[in-house]
Design a protein around this ligand. Structure first.
Ligand code: AMP
Length: 504
């Protein structure tokens, strides 16, 4: 019997009595304890009727038990589907229905809202709270602390992660065991993770960064993690002396730089700071080095591909770049319309191929064909260039994706809601520079003739329909949207016009 992801990342933990998770309250969970927790959960999943290939949708607060649920899925061959805790009922209904999840694990506080949604989709519901209690924990308590992992191959699906959709609908990226495992092993080696590493983990675990990059790399290296429920600068400052490494989104680093306690002395023992999920401003990179003496290592990846590139561990970590393609990953820059490879230095679409690249979009063969070429190259939708020394630079996003605090917001999804509001003729949603979030979401509204939309009412309507991170931080009224001769809205002009909205 084989189950590569289990055998490589999880099985070694099962015989380790060293701490695997260090919690904020001082408690420690050993490798053996963690795997026992996962084994009991795996037993509970099977008892609930889930089998290999079935989907488990999970929307819970971050906790050791929530991470163990990922390991439980690997053991039971169940496809893990983590969901952002900010998603609203409407959004959840889509994910649960589209994925045909057999079971939904949610917080006890959202059970009343989720139960009818799950029932309509034919899914069962169990609960798990931030303290590890709930009906899942009760079901798991009655199960044995060992679980015989089911047979899986590297081509079998391990996870389904939804990305935001440019035209409203999110797409489920199907990730195989090989996709996750190859990336974990490559990154652990490239970034020199060992069993003496203690990674400060303050990222969410419903996203590829905190779930796969951080957790899988630590598992691959048999290291441990200081596992924080969320990013809180006070907690990071308190616990950093016990860490050797940290991974974060740029917002973490700008917030730490705003804290005078974050200095050379506090970080002197640290081995590595990694940044990704959104562009790290060259300015932040330099300020970080001035303050701490460390050069942040920036890497680039996405839900569909795991990680693609990284700045070097040894050698120059170049600000404003995402480094070189990872070993085993091919990266080329092509003409966005023709697909022809472009000469070094020119800006075009970034395409990648390798064992990290996903298997396609869940039940969307046409979308898959449009973005994943027959020869295995994936069209990332990011625009970039390769400089004279081979460093990859990301210069923009072809689809106007907004990244705010590390989360992706597709303007179209927000525009559709805004356009629905009384008195609104049309709208354009853009991202402009924000000192804290990298980009802040701005909704530009055009009133209907003779109407004056009630901004407060629009704001409340957004709250009910969109996750908080997608809601515009500002709504502004304009007489008309700038358009080109083809009738396309010129978002660049809007971005220029509102460029300083959050800066002044
Ligand atoms: P996600 O699927 O949520 O991980 O978002 C992926 C997108 O985030 C990529 O397609 C890029 O546009 C962006 N991204 C990730 N890492 C970086 C980075 N280091 N610099 C610039 N953009 C990044």
């Amino acid at each position: 019997m084989a189950n590569p992801l289990h055998d490589t990342l999880i099985a070694p933990l099962a015989v380790s009595d060293r701490p695997f998770l260090h919690l904020a309250d001082g408690r420690k969970i050993s490798g053996r304890g963690f795997v026992g927790m996962a084994a009991r959960q795996a037993g509970a999943l099977v008892a609930a009727g889930l089998g290999p290939g079935d989907r488990l949708a999970v929307q819970v607060d971050k906790s050791p038990e929530a991470l163990a649920l990922y390991a439980a899925c690997v053991m039971a061959g169940v496809v893990f589907l983590p969901l952002n805790t900010a998603y609203t009922a409407d959004e959840l209904a889509y994910f649960i229905g589209d994925s045909e999840a057999g079971l939904v694990v949610c917080s006890p506080s959202s059970e009343a809202v989720i139960a009818p949604i799950a029932q309509a989709a034919g899914a069962q519901v169990l609960t798990l709270d931030a303290g590890g209690c709930g009906s899942l924990a009760e079901a798991a308590a009655g199960q044995p602390s060992t679980f015989e992992p089911v047979d899986r191959s590297e081509d079998d699906l391990a996870a389904l992660l939804y990305t935001s959709g440019t035209t409203g609908r999110s797409k489920g990226a199907m990730l195989s065991q090989r996709n996750l495992l190859s990336n974990a092993l490559t990154l652990a080696q490239l970034w020199r993770f060992t069993d003496t590493d203690v990674l400060l983990h303050a990222l969410p675990i419903f996203h590829t960064h905190g779930l796969f990059v951080a957790s899988n790399v630590v598992l691959a290296a048999r290291g441990s993690m200081i596992f924080l429920p969320k990013f809180d600068p006070d907690e990071v400052v308190r616990l950093l002396p016990q860490a050797t490494s940290m991974m974060g989104v740029p917002t973490f680093y700008t917030r730490l730089l705003a804290d005078p306690r974050f200095d050379q002395a506090l970080t002197a023992h640290m081995r590595l700071f990694v940044s990704g999920s959104a562009p790290l401003l060259a300015e932040t990179h330099r300020e970080f080095e001035r303050r701490t003496g460390h050069r942040i290592l920036e890497r680039y990846g996405m839900t569909e591909t795991n990680m693609n590139t990284s700045n070097p561990y040894d050698g120059e970590r170049r600000a404003g770049t995402v480094g070189f393609p990872l070993p085993g990953v091919e990266l080329k820059i092509t003409h966005p319309e023709t697909g022809a490879p472009l000469p070094r230095g020119e800006v075009g679409l970034i395409e990648v191929r390798g064992p990290n690249v996903f298997q396609g979009y869940w039940r969307m063969p046409e979308k898959t064909r449009a973005e994943l070429r027959d020869d295995g190259f994936f069209l990332t939708g990011d625009l970039g260039r390769i400089d004279e020394d081979g460093y990859v630079q990301i210069v923009g996003r072809s689809k106007d994706l907004i990244i705010t605090g590390g989360f992706n917001v597709y303007p179209k999804e927000v525009e559709l809601v805004l356009d629905d509001q009384p008195g609104v003729l049309e709208s354009a949603v853009i991202g402009v520079r924000h000192p804290d979030f990298g980009e802040g979401v701005v909704g530009v509204l055009v009133p209907r003739p003779e109407a004056s939309p009630d901004i407060e009412a629009v704001r409340s309507a957004l709250m009910a329909r969109l996750a908080r991170f997608k809601q515009p931080k500002r709504l502004v009224l304009v007489d008309e949207l700038p358009r080109n001769t083809m009738g396309k809205v010129q978002k660049n002009q809007l971005r220029d016009r509102f460029a300083r909205l959050f800066l002044d």
